[in-house]
Design a protein around this ligand. Structure first.
Ligand SMILES: [Zn+2]
Length: 214
C-alpha cells in the first residue's frame, strides 16, 4: 500500500514547515513511482521560507511484489543503530506476514537499507540488468538460445541476471549448458557486462549452480 503523511520538517537553514512525505511505496499499486524514485525526486521538498530544495528523510517501506523486493529504508542517521533497526524490521515483517492470506505469503527476506540513495543505487543497477535481459530475449530467437528464468529474489541475492541463456533445447540449469549459453550470447554482444561477469563467476565457482537449483 502506498502511504503518505503530513510531516513537520526543518530545512537546512532552520525553517520549520509541513510537507506531505511518502512513507510506504507499493510499485504494484503505483508503478509510476519507480521512475520518480530513480530520478531522486521522492520526498524532495522546497522550503517555503528560503526556497531551498532538499530531500526530507523519513522511514520508507518499499515494496515491489513482481520483483520480489521489500526494502525497509531508514534515514541515513540511523546507520549507527543498525542492530536495533534490523530487529524492528524483522518484528514488523513477521507481523505484516501474519496479516497476509496464505497464498500471498512472501517467501523472500526484506532488505535493510540506510538512506534513500542506497535504494536508488540498487534500483538503477537492477534497471541496467533488465536492459541486458531485454537484449538477451531479443537475441535468443535469432542465435539459437533458450532462456531460463530464476526468481528475482534469488538473482538479487547472487548478484546475477534473472533471465539466463542456455543452448537451444536445454531445459534445465546445468553449469555446462549455462557456460555455453553465456559464451554464445557474449560472442554476439560483447557489451553485456552483467552476463560477462556472471560467466566469469560461474567459471570460477562452479558450485554457484547449486544455489540456483534451490
Ligand atoms: Zn528554509
Amino acid at each position: 500500500m502506498t502511504i503518505s503523511n503530513i510531516e513537520e520538517i526543518k530545512c537546512p537553514n532552520g525553517h520549520i514547515f509541513e510537507a506531505q512525505l511518502l512513507s510506504a511505496i507499493s510499485i504494484s499499486e503505483n508503478p509510476e513511482l519507480k521512475e520518480v524514485l530513480i530520478a531522486g525526486e521522492i520526498n524532495l521538498v522546497s522550503c517555503p521560507e528560503c526556497g531551498e530544495m532538499f530531500y526530507a528523510e523519513c522511514f520508507i517501506l518499499y515494496h515491489d511484489s513482481k520483483n520480489e523486493l521489500i526494502a525497509f529504508v531508514y534515514p541515513l542517521s540511523f546507520q549507527n543503530q543498525a542492530a536495533q533497526c534490523k530487529m524492528k524490521m524483522c518484528k514488523e515483517f513477521e507481523l505484516a506476514l501474519e496479516n497476509f492470506e496464505e497464498k500471498q505469503k512472501i517467501k523472500y527476506e526484506p532488505l535493510l537499507l540506510f538512506g534513500i540513495e542506497d535504494l536508488i543505487i540498487l534500483l538503477r543497477s537492477e534497471q541496467d540488468i533488465e536492459d541486458e535481459e531485454m537484449i538477451l530475449k531479443y537475441l535468443a530467437s535469432k542465435i539459437l538460445l533458450d532462456t531460463i528464468k530464476i526468481v528475482p529474489s534469488l538473482a538479487r541475492k547472487l548478484g546475477i541476471p534473472k533471465v539466463l541463456p542456455v543452448p537451444k533445447g536445454e531445459k534445465s540449469i546445468e553449469t555446462k549448458s549455462l557456460i555455453s549459453g553465456l559464451q554464445i550470447l557474449i560472442k554476439h554482444n560483447a557489451n553485456l557486462q552483467h552476463y560477462i561477469e556472471f560467466l566469469d563467476k560461474i567459471s570460477k565457482h562452479k558450485t554457484i549452480i547449486a544455489d540456483l537449483k534451490k
